[in-house]
Write a protein that binds this ligand. Structure first.
Ligand code: GLU
Length: 200
């Protein structure tokens, strides 16, 4: 089973994300990853096949930031591997995405809009983040590009998404759901905490 967690605020996101993923561990998963963005513009993407303990070791002591997203994956498209683990990043390095669920028409979207894109994974999820970057390049802001992509996803699909725009200075987390549950909470006034569970 899989899970996503995200946080934005003034606390150190890394420990909140890892702790959140550990709480979801009992559900089962094949790989895990986090993306953390710091105030000084530093970005960190760490992914690992296997257990959260392995991810924690890979993260080490140097990953810090106030906004981030994390994921435990239960593979539906593509083998369990570091490349297929989430978060996925757009080719231009701008957008980062975690996803629980399945995108029914990912192959059609890939063929129609993304013929020139170099994919790093076999997942349905990567199509979504590359598509967001595609529409952003056409001039849409992050929210408009995200909404445009959601409008193209077919009704057979299920998703809980957390999206980050690494160019944004405002630490916004973009969130969307269909069928998969998503919980949003306010912690200690300044920290938003998102925790999602889906029986995949
Ligand atoms: N369909 C996505 C994948 O295979 C997400 C799987 C999940 O919900 O963990 O990577």
């Amino acid at each position: 089973m899989c899970g996503i967690v995200g946080v934005t605020g003034r606390q150190d996101a890394t420990e909140i994300l890892l702790h959140g993923l550990e709480k979801l561990e009992y559900r089962g998963y094949d790989s895990a990853g986090i993306f953390v963005s710091a105030e000084d513009g530093q970005n960190y993407l760490v992914k690992e096949k296997g257990r959260i303990a392995d991810l924690r070791q890979e993260v080490g002591d140097d990953v810090h930031g106030s906004t981030g997203i994390g994921h435990t994956r239960w593979a539906t498209h593509g083998v369990p591997s570091r490349d297929n683990a989430h978060p996925h990043v757009s080719e231009d390095g701008r957008f980062y995405l975690v996803h629980n669920g399945v995108i029914g028409n990912f192959a059609q979207l890939k063929a129609e809009y993304l013929a020139d894109v170099n994919f790093k994974s076999e997942t349905d999820t990567e199509v979504i983040v590359q598509l967001i970057a595609h529409f952003a390049k056409e001039g849409m802001d992050a929210k408009a590009a995200f909404k445009k992509v959601l409008s193209l996803v077919d009704t057979s699909s299920s998703y809980a998404f957390l999206l980050m725009d690494s160019q944004a200075k405002d630490h916004t987390l973009y969130v969307a759901k269909r069928k998969s549950p998503l919980l949003i909470g306010l912690v200690k006034i300044l920290t938003w905490y998102v925790l999602m569970r889906w029986p995949c």
